[in-house]
Write a protein that binds this ligand. Structure first.
Ligand code: 5AD
Ligand code: SF4
Length: 470
């Protein structure tokens, strides 16, 4: 066995690990899983790469920008750790004559395995996809022994990017460091195959955890002081385990003592039955905020994207949500410049955003991803300059909408859960969020993370609100 504990003198004993996380909240959660798995094996996690024997990057593949960032980061690590050629032909670190191992985890690991392993200048030592984290102890010890025996750069690198139909990590309970909110993964993978999206290829098929198992994790988190749970899934509202759907799951989590707010991300507009809308509307712990990714406001583009809803259906859903709960905050994701999107089709997205008035929006330029249906069968033919024009136009529109919507809160009183007491340029601002997820900066007062403050809203900007405790 390669990774026994320190007393047995294995090559991995006492090794120090550093992990850096990119991408979505699921990756944040997964990094906690990785910590939990490796702490059991007596690895120590260190807060800085300088102290680490092993550096792991938990990566994202959603847009090209994410890839570029990781490649840049790997080169920077090589550079900053002063890699120098050792006498055995190995690359050695100047300080202790041992270079840190570099491991790539996450979505890019699955999507770019060949490039990562074959590109010699990257010097990657091991690779683990999102379903392979339980194999990390083994992959790391294999990487270490091949490093010790290495005589050339031609060594086989340990990797596991196998996607599983079943892996939910339900037997591992991550223990994030204290804070106010924690993530809980309830559903992994995606079966939707939106044509632009790499997730079905990097994270595999949809699978859900048992309700009791999720509740147990939430109870543990509540017992260690977390008050807010964000339920995570690539397609979270298609959660289903035995006879339980996502509404049942929210209901069950809301019974957990100590949990006061429940959020979720990221849902698909196709899976919002009345039962779910009613739970979100009526359960006092369910936050009155629904992320509702529109992606495009044009039917031809929506069809090309394989989103399975029309503009009209989406707008009808928005109306239904607001009829049930007028104060429900809605946020969205938009992609501009998807394959063959014309000016007129883009206008439809613009108008849909004007009409809905989302409380916030994440707007992205289309980025062609390897392996996706769009990459195989459509062209990435909207020039980058046009994509830029479109993203600028939507961001400006959304900024105005945010200001108008935020200004409407002036004079109201909101319950704010304090998330950060060291915010702002001076590092002394207290910020928290409303139930609807809007950021509120408190004008004065000393608070702790996790405090609840009843605040009267005194000012608004496109980015958030200012409030005063009442
Ligand atoms: N290009 C640009 N944006 C994308 N997204 C997903 N795939 C792509 C892509 N290939 C966006 C979608 C999704 C969000 C998480 O990222 O808007 O909702
Ligand atoms: Fe990025 Fe999607 Fe993977 Fe999250 S699931 S890390 S957003 S590619």
């Amino acid at each position: 066995m390669a990774n026994q504990d320190a007393t047995t003198g294995s090559i991995t004993s006492g090794k120090r690990l550093y992990i850096e996380t990119y991408g979505c909240q699921m990756n944040e959660y997964d990094s906690e899983l990785v910590r939990a798995i490796l702490k059991k094996e007596n690895y120590t996690f260190v807060p800085s790469e300088d102290e680490a024997d092993i550096i792991m990057l938990n990566t994202c593949a959603i847009r090209e920008h994410a890839h570029r960032k990781i490649f840049g980061r790997i080169h920077q690590i090589h550079h900053s750790r002063k890699f120098v050629a050792g006498c055995s032909g190995l690359v050695a670190r100047a300080t202790n004559n041992e270079r840190p191992l570099i491991g790539i985890l996450g979505c890019m690991a699955t999507n770019l395995r060949t490039e990562l392993l074959e590109n010699k200048s990257l010097k990657i030592d091991f690779i683990a996809g999102p379903d392979s984290y339980k194999r990390l102890p083994q992959l790391i010890s294999e990487a270490m022994s091949s490093e010790q025996q290495a005589t050339s750069n031609e060594q086989r690198k340990p990797f596991d990017i196998t996607l599983s139909e079943f892996e939910t990590y339900s037997d591992i309970f991550p223990q994030p460091e204290g804070g106010v909110g924690a993530f809980v993964s309830v559903q992994r993978g995606c079966n939707n195959f939106c044509t632009f999206c790499v997730v079905p290829y990097t994270r595999g098929r949809e699978r859900s955890r048992a309700v009791d198992n999720v509740v147990e994790e939430c109870q543990r988190l509540a017992d260690s002081g977390f008050q807010q749970i964000t339920l995570l899934g690539q397609n979270v509202n298609s959660y289903r385990h035995e006879n339980n759907d996502f509404a049942d799951l929210i209901e069950a989590v809301s019974q957990v003592k100590g949990i006061r707010r429940i959020r979720f991300t990221s849902p698909h507009p196709k899976d919002f039955p009345d039962k779910l809308l009613d739970i979100i509307t009526n359960n006092p712990k369910a936050c009155k905020h629904i992320p509702l990714p529109l992606q495009s406001g044009n039917d031809r583009v929506l069809e090309l994207m394989n989103r399975t809803y029309t503009r009209r259906e989406f707008l009808a859903l928005v109306d239904k949500i607001r009829a049930k709960c007028p104060k429900m905050a809605l946020s969205t994701d938009i992609i501009v410049g998807f394959s063959s999107e014309t000016d007129a089709e883009f206008e439809d997205t613009y108008k849909a955003m004007e009409q809905v008035e989302f409380d916030s929006a994440f707007i992205f330029k289309y980025s062609e991803r390897k392996h996706t249906i769009a990459q195989r069968s459509l062209k990435d033919d909207v020039p980058d300059a046009i994509k830029t024009e479109r993203i600028v136009a939507l961001n400006e529109l959304q900024k105005d909408i945010c200001l108008t919507k935020n200004s409407a809160h002036i004079g109201e009183t909101h319950a704010i859960l304090i998330e950060n007491t060291k915010a702002g340029k001076t590092g002394d601002r207290c910020v928290g969020r409303t139930d609807g997820h809007t950021l509120v900066t408190l004008a004065q007062g000393t608070y702790n993370v996790g405090d609840w403050v009843s605040a009267k809203i005194t000012a608004a900007s496109p980015n958030g609100l200012k409030g005063k405790a009442v």
